[in-house]
Write a protein that binds this ligand. Structure first.
Ligand code: FAD
Length: 221
């Protein structure tokens, strides 16, 4: 921790960075997000789990999700690749004391991430988009003390009381410290697409997210 600075620097304005910004602002702690992209930017990862609802509630984001009319997701169902049938769960079968509703959301991440970033800003987070961090600085005691930012062909060093790497799969710190390891089991790839006019008449769980296991080893879609 750099006690000369009073600001937490969050690198990355995805859902993790934005949620953290909200929590810090709620606690009265100054914080700034530096986001490399300019939102809205495309992203995969649309189908929210129920536990995320507890976070949305705590940071006051639920009314925005409701206002924007995101698809409500009441459960999940799995379909085997060859045999017929469906194994389904409904979230109301697993009530949590921290979640007051029986559904979560399926979101367009471009829109969702932008809304979350704006929400963090409205709660007090300073947000800079189009600014990427290239390095985290460490002091003589090995505490993170600031970041190097790249903006409009310039490099700027900004001090920070604390630095949070919220760069997602970009893993800025993991790469810088050379501690990133590939997981041999999750050595996978994904193809990502959206479909329109899907016929859901053959199922009685039209508000579920459907997961199909593809007829390949460890594959699903
Ligand atoms: C194929 C696939 C399917 C998935 N499906 C789901 C799903 O159905 N449901 C689900 O909940 N999750 C899903 N996920 C996971 C989900 O995408 C992530 O958990 C989620 O996006 C993580 O959010 P984050 O804020 O940590 O990172 P991100 O959303 O990736 O945000 C990181 C941000 O940091 C910014 N950034 C990166 N580097 C820098 C830098 N150097 N300086 C400044 N900014 C930087 C990026 O521009 C980005 O905006 C899926 C992931 C994959 C790969």
């Amino acid at each position: 921790m750099n006690s000369k600075a009073d600001n937490v620097v969050i690198i990355g304005g995805g859902p993790a960075g934005s949620a953290l910004g909200c929590y810090l602002s709620k606690a009265g702690i100054k914080n700034t997000i530096y986001e490399a992209a300019n939102h809205p930017r495309p992203h995969v990862g649309e189908s929210m789990v129920m536990s995320s609802v507890a976070v949305f509630d705590e940071i006051g984001f639920l009314p925005i999700l409701e206002r924007e009319g995101f698809v409500k997701k009441y459960g999940a169902s799995w379909h085997p690749p060859v045999a017929k049938g469906e194994a389904a769960i409904s979230f109301d079968e697993f009530p949590s004391p921290h979640v007051k509703q029986d559904y979560t959301y399926h979101v367009d991440r471009q829109k969702f991430d932008l809304l979350m970033l704006k929400h963090a800003e409205s709660m007090g987070t300073k947000v800079y988009q189009g600014v990427s961090a290239s390095k985290v600085h460490f002091d003589e005691n090995n505490y993170a003390s600031g970041v190097r930012l790249n903006f409009a062909d310039q490099e700027i060093d900004v001090p920070a009381r604390m630095v949070v790497d919220a760069t997602g799969r970009h893993t800025l710190l993991g790469k810088q410290l050379k501690i990133k390891k590939n997981d041999p089991i999750f050595d996978q790839f994904a193809v990502h697409a959206w479909y329109e006019n899907v016929d859901k008449s053959q199922t009685d769980s039209s508000e579920y997210i459907h997961i199909y296991f593809l007829p390949v080893e460890r594959g699903w879609g």
